[in-house]
Design a protein. Structure first.
Length: 137
């Protein structure tokens, strides 16, 4: 008889614990879903830059482009792709004003120098497509 009572008590305890744990699992699932929605909204509010570094004739160049604050403080550096393409991509930027600066131009070009800095405005959910043009000295 005592064994049956102990088994019954144990079953009741397990049932009570499981019933209590279920709302915790459900609450965690809801919190995860809310966090995922917040992250999706944050991603939608960011902007991207898809630019090109080119020579005066419009041909793509290899090089290094810096993303700066309007006061010139460098935030990051990006290498352009390929000898002819000259593309660079900077993703997930907070909306606002930035400055793009050509730091260097690839070693295969020795008669061009970096052009003027380009001021840009990144908008929420948008992609801006600036061209940085190298110039003759």
């Amino acid at each position: 008889m005592r064994g049956r009572i102990a088994t019954l008590v144990a079953a009741l305890v397990v049932t009570a614990v499981a019933a209590h744990a279920q709302p915790d699992i459900e609450r965690e699932r809801r919190e995860d879903e809310r966090e995922q929605r917040r992250e999706e909204r944050r991603q939608e509010s960011l902007g991207d830059i898809r630019g090109r570094l080119v020579d005066p004739a419009g041909q793509g160049l290899r090089g290094v482009v810096s993303l700066c604050m309007p006061d010139g403080c460098r935030l990051s550096r990006h290498t352009t792709w390929g000898l002819r393409n000259g593309e660079f991509v900077i993703r997930n930027l907070e909306p606002g004003r930035y400055l793009l600066r050509t730091e260097t131009i690839g070693p295969e070009v020795n008669d061009l120098i970096p052009g003027e800095d380009v001021q840009i405005t990144v908008r929420s959910g948008g992609t801006i497509r600036p061209r940085l043009v190298a110039r003759c000295p």
